[in-house]
Design a binder for this molecule. Structure first.
Ligand SMILES: Cc1cc2nc3c(=O)[nH]c(=O)nc-3n(C[C@H](O)[C@H](O)[C@H](O)COP(=O)(O)OP(=O)(O)OC[C@H]3O[C@@H](n4cnc5c(N)ncnc54)[C@H](O)[C@@H]3O)c2cc1C
Length: 326
């Protein structure tokens, strides 16, 4: 079925919302593009913090910003509203994450329609994890989809949307091996995804090997951008929590450095951990730039300070107001 959901993206002059691939290919050649990931705020205070970060990043001109989707659609209305505001009230180009888990196909269609109504035509199509216990048994909604590949097709069939997918430098935790992982990533790309954004990783070799695997498996799909995701670590405790659900690992030498920096007091030494985290993220970005990564995508946890410090060390300057923690 092809609907005209995405017709609302025309701005009267005939121009459409740019795709991520267009944005990356039109970026200034003198500076690597960067992008940032936000999460839906849970309450008014968190929303105010998000907007401070949004305005701070807006001054530096990210290629795009992405908004994650709460497991199974928790915070759904807020997510759609805030992502819509990013499209309508800022200069930023939003990408809406959408997960299939817990939704019927009709609900997914309605979500895509809600985004299209707000002029959002860039969607990151994901399967999602089981709500409650993300590592638990995956159950398909009786009227829903089984894999992200099917969501790519659904979104593409609904109109003029640009779709990205997730990729996993260390393999998805449900994949029995890297060969299986690569095969199904290539299938998502062949189904019409234009690029992928990786899971976070802390050893650039994992990203480079993923790129090699996809090219070796299918040269055409391997030519599509694989955007590396970087998480500047500012707290060992929260980094460990994020890693638990990601399938990624801290290399032992980095973990030891972070543990030493955290100290053995009752509270971790956040300033020391943060210094290591920012130094390591900067070094990773330098290597990724040297290796020709198409863009640097940062997990921000809705704070601008840590990412902006990495960008500043890379020579991408940003002025921030004083009161921006993390
Ligand atoms: C950049 C990024 C952003 C994310 N954003 C969110 C978010 O906003 N909200 C959220 O809840 N989660 C998010 N996630 C997490 C994601 O939903 C989970 O990692 C989920 O477990 C996998 O999603 P997927 O889209 O990769 O699934 P799929 O591509 O469907 O893959 C799931 C597993 O099934 C295998 N597989 C795929 N197709 C087939 C097939 N046809 N037959 C057999 N096996 C198959 C894959 O190899 C993999 O092991 C994100 C992850 C990344 C990397």
């Amino acid at each position: 079925m092809t609907s005209d959901f995405a017709r609302g993206t025309e701005d009267g002059s005939g121009s459409r919302t740019p795709s991520i691939v267009d944005r990356l290919s039109s970026a200034r050649s003198s500076r690597i593009p960067f992008s940032v990931e936000f999460s839906p705020p849970r309450d008014a205070e968190a929303e105010a913090r998000l907007w401070r970060a949004v305005r701070a990043f807006e001054r530096l001109g990210p290629a795009f910003v992405s908004m994650t989707y709460g497991a199974g659609g928790s915070t759904r209305d807020r997510t759609v509203r805030v992502t819509g505001q990013l499209a309508e009230e800022t200069t930023l180009l939003p990408v809406a994450h959408l997960t299939a888990v817990g939704h019927s196909v009709d609900e997914l269609r309605a979500m895509v329609g809600a985004y299209a109504d707000r002029g959002i035509t860039n969607i990151l199509a994901l399967r999602g994890d089981p709500p409650g216990n993300p590592l638990g048994e995956w159950e398909r909604h009786p009227e829903g989809l089984g894999y992200a590949e099917e969501l790519v097709r659904l979104v593409r069939d609904l109109g003029d949307f640009h779709v990205g997918v997730a990729s996993f430098p260390e393999g998805h935790y449900r994949s029995p091996d890297l060969e299986h992982d690569t095969r199904f990533l290539v299938r998502k790309l062949s189904a019409g995804a234009e690029y992928s954004i990786t899971q976070m990783f802390f050893d650039v070799e994992h990203y480079l090997r993923l790129r090699d695997r996809v090219v070796a498996f299918d040269a055409e799909q391997g030519a599509k951008p694989i955007i590396p995701e970087i998480m500047p670590i500012t707290s060992l405790r929260s980094a460990r929590r994020s890693l638990e659900l990601s399938g990624s690992k801290l290399p032992p030498a980095l973990e030891q450095r972070l543990v030493r920096a955290a100290g053995d007091g009752p509270e971790e030494n956040r300033a020391a951990v943060r210094e290591v985290g920012i130094e390591v993220a900067t070094e990773m970005c330098e290597r990724l730039i040297a290796e020709g990564a198409p863009c640097l995508h940062f997990i921000t946890l809705n704070f601008a300070r840590a990412t902006s410090e990495v960008l500043s060390r890379l020579g991408i300057e940003m002025q921030l107001p004083a009161a921006q923690p993390a």
